[in-house]
Ligand binder design. Structure first.
Ligand SMILES: [Mg+2]
Length: 189
C-alpha cells in the first residue's frame, strides 16, 4: 500500500493569502491579525473563532466567516489536480494539519477536497499520529522543517519532501533530513 501524508497550511493552501483576507475582513493588517491570534491562543490554549469574535461588529463577523466559507479558493492552483492524480494512482491520501483542532476543523469543513481524501487535525506534533499511517511506501510532504526532521528521525524509510512555496512562511528554515525539496505540486510520486 502507498500512503501520502500531506500538510495543509503553506503546502496545499496559500495560507499567506488566506490570512491576509481574514485580517482584512476585520480591518486588520496581516501582522495585527497574527498578533491578536497568537495572544488569544496564548491566553486560551486553543483558537475558537466564535469566542475570538465576541465583541466584533456583526458585519465584520459576517465578512470573516465569508472568507472561511470560500477557503477552497485559497488552495494553490496545483493542489486539487495533484490530490486527484495521486488518488487515481492508487495512493491513500491523508491531509494532516497542525493547530487548534476546532479552528483546523472549521477550515477543513469548508474546503472542497476530492472524494477519497482523508483529513485529520492535531494540536500536538504530527509525529504523534504519523505512526498510525505508515505503509510499505509512504511520502510525507510538509513546509515545516521541524515536522520533516521529526518524521525522518523516527521513520527513516518515509520519503519526506520539504515544500518551499514562493510565499511560504517557513521557506527559509531548512530541515536537515529531507529527501527532496519541492516548490509546487506539479510532481509525480
Ligand atoms: Mg504547513
Amino acid at each position: 500500500m502507498q500512503q501520502l501524508i500531506i500538510d495543509l497550511d503553506h503546502t496545499l493552501l496559500d495560507t499567506t493569502a488566506f490570512k491576509l483576507d481574514l485580517a482584512k475582513s476585520l480591518g486588520l493588517t496581516s501582522n495585527e491579525w497574527a498578533d491578536s491570534y497568537n495572544r488569544y491562543v496564548q491566553d486560551n490554549n486553543v483558537f475558537d473563532a466564535r469566542d475570538f469574535l465576541q465583541g466584533v461588529d456583526t458585519s465584520d463577523q459576517k465578512k470573516f466567516y465569508q472568507v472561511i466559507s470560500q477557503i477552497s479558493k485559497y488552495l494553490y492552483p496545483d493542489s486539487t489536480q495533484f490530490l486527484k492524480q495521486t488518488l487515481k494512482d492508487g495512493w491513500e491520501v491523508l491531509i494532516l494539519t497542525f493547530g487548534s483542532e476546532s479552528w483546523q476543523e472549521m477550515k477543513i469543513d469548508n474546503m472542497n477536497f476530492p472524494n477519497g481524501v482523508k483529513t485529520l487535525a492535531v494540536s500536538k506534533e504530527k509525529i504523534s499520529v504519523v505512526k498510525n499511517y505508515v505503509k510499505e511506501q509512504t511520502v510525507f510532504i510538509d513546509d515545516r522543517s521541524i515536522e520533516i526532521d521529526a518524521v525522518k528521525k523516527s521513520f527513516p524509510e518515509i520519503k519526506a519532501y520539504w515544500m518551499r512555496r514562493e510565499n511560504g512562511k517557513y521557506r527559509d528554515i531548512q530541515p536537515t533530513l529531507h529527501d527532496k525539496i519541492i516548490s509546487n505540486l506539479n510532481i509525480e510520486l
